[in-house]
Design a protein around this ligand. Structure first.
Ligand code: SF4
Length: 436
């Protein structure tokens, strides 16, 4: 059996796209391996949101030259946002790359791989159509969790973000199609549905009579026991009807990823984010008041051009006040084509690094405190599989998206179990099965 390794970089959209590629390749007879030195086909599903991510892809691609020397039949493909952005450059820089596949062309992966397998062409570059909703492809991520794309692209133009340039403008999947896809996954036994889009609460702006709250209501009204998560909403477009809908249904998990980016209203304005510090805190308060126990995570960029120490202190202030369970924290990285790349007052690397370290320290303190509030509680956990470190230990997630470790049999995978939490670490909860 031919073996494929898919290496995924970047966000939930890329995780979803990799799951779709897995599904396409399974149908072509490929099995999957984690290590690229064992594979007949390697696909790097790339990210270009930060320069560091792009650099890592180029470094890894360069190392693969030796693998190709050892095995001339090895097929190497680059997919994802870097592929979309740098299509010609990739083959010029790394001629051992066989194909470049843009992120809207995954449905044509089989055709591209066959063209290379049959030696019809030395290189295939396929990147096109940022204006349409790509055809649906079922994901192959796990037997428990299914990702469902509800939007593609983004029509916002945050000044640091390259996504609109590589994924195109907002395109929403019609509501009936989303509901049908969710029903299909549930019929196959999936227990968790993650609705994904670059900016989910802009869902429906390009359709008639559809909103994100309505979509959530429709999905949550489907019968049966399952969970719904979504990533990610934009604070500037957040609405009360979404808060009310999350509160209304037990099926919609009580965790939300709510990207802050900066706590300074001045910097948010320069980021073209259309929300302010106060408006962000307003929504956090509303969410917490209406949805007790809600876990909130966020994204934060430090060192945006012109960011002063006072601006940074505003960010720390929001982190403390919002009590985020976790943050994905980054140093600002210049991206070609974006307005922020040519802004004055770019911040020196050492200042960015210092702020990042201080932010991480504050977030770690907050996360530890947030995690400890689960001690002694009973959590309903959806079991995902055995721990990679200890096969006798199972790993699952609570409603609040906390990772929970406990001892149990493999036949619990894909089931909901009650766990009494007996220990908490900053990122992980530990416990025992509660009741029978
Ligand atoms: S909302 Fe802003 S940060 Fe998010 S994908 Fe769109 S442009 Fe990028």
């Amino acid at each position: 059996m031919k073996k494929a390794a898919i290496l995924t970089f970047g966000c939930q959209m890329n995780i979803n796209d990799s799951a779709k590629m897995k599904s396409v390749l399974s149908k072509m007879g490929y099995s999957f391996v984690d290590r690229e030195d064992n594979a007949d086909l390697i696909i790097m599903n790339t990210c270009t949101v930060r320069q560091g991510a792009a650099d890592r892809v180029y470094a890894r691609l360069s190392q693969m030259k030796n693998l190709k020397k050892k095995n001339p039949n090895l097929i190497i493909g680059i997919a994802g946002c870097l592929a979309q952005e740098k299509k010609e450059i990739i083959i010029d820089k790394s001629p051992h790359t066989d194909f470049v596949l843009g992120n809207q062309n995954i449905h044509r992966l089989a055709e591209v791989v066959k063209r290379i397998e049959n030696k019809e062409e030395n290189h295939v570059i396929l990147t096109s159509d940022l204006d349409e909703v790509p055809p649906r492809i079922d994901t192959n991520f796990s037997n428990v969790t299914a990702y469902v794309s509800i939007t593609y692209g983004c029509s916002n133009k945050c000044s640091y973000c390259i996504v609109p340039y590589v994924r195109g403008k907002l395109r929403s999947v019609p509501i009936d199609e989303v509901v049908e896809e969710v029903r299909d996954y549930l019929a196959k036994g999936y227990k968790e549905i993650i609705l994904v889009g670059q900016n989910v609460n802009s869902y429906g702006k390009d359709l008639k009579d559809a909103s994100f709250a309505e979509l959530l209501n429709r999905v949550a009204s489907i019968e049966g026991k399952f969970r719904i998560r979504f990533v990610s909403p934009h604070p500037a477009e957040f609405k009360q009807d979404v808060v009310d809908t999350i509160a209304k249904y037990d099926k919609i998990c009580k965790s939300i990823h709510f990207p802050l980016q900066s706590g300074s209203s001045r910097i948010l304005k320069m980021m073209y984010r259309n929300h302010t510090k106060d408006r962000f805190l307003f929504w956090v308060e509303r969410l917490r008041n209406k949805i007790p126990g809600l876990a909130i995570t966020t994204d934060i960029i430090v060192g945006f051009p012109g960011e002063t120490e006072d601006d940074f202190q505003d960010t720390l202030d929001v982190v403390r006040k919002s009590e985020f369970d976790n943050s994905y924290m980054y140093m600002y990285s210049k991206r070609e084509w974006t307005p922020a790349a040519v802004m004055q007052n770019q911040i020196p690397s050492e200042v960015k690094l210092d702020r990042l370290k201080r932010l991480i320290n504050v977030q770690n303190e907050v996360s530890k405190k947030e995690s400890s509030r689960y001690l002694g509680t009973i959590q309903e956990v959806l079991v995902e599989g055995p721990s990679q470190k200890d096969p006798n230990v199972l790993v699952g997630r609570s409603d609040a998206n906390k990772v929970v470790h406990f001892k149990g049999d493999d036949d619990l995978v894909g089931k909901f179990v009650k766990i009494k939490i007996s220990d908490t670490k900053t990122w992980t909860l530990y416990g025992e099965i509660y009741g029978s």
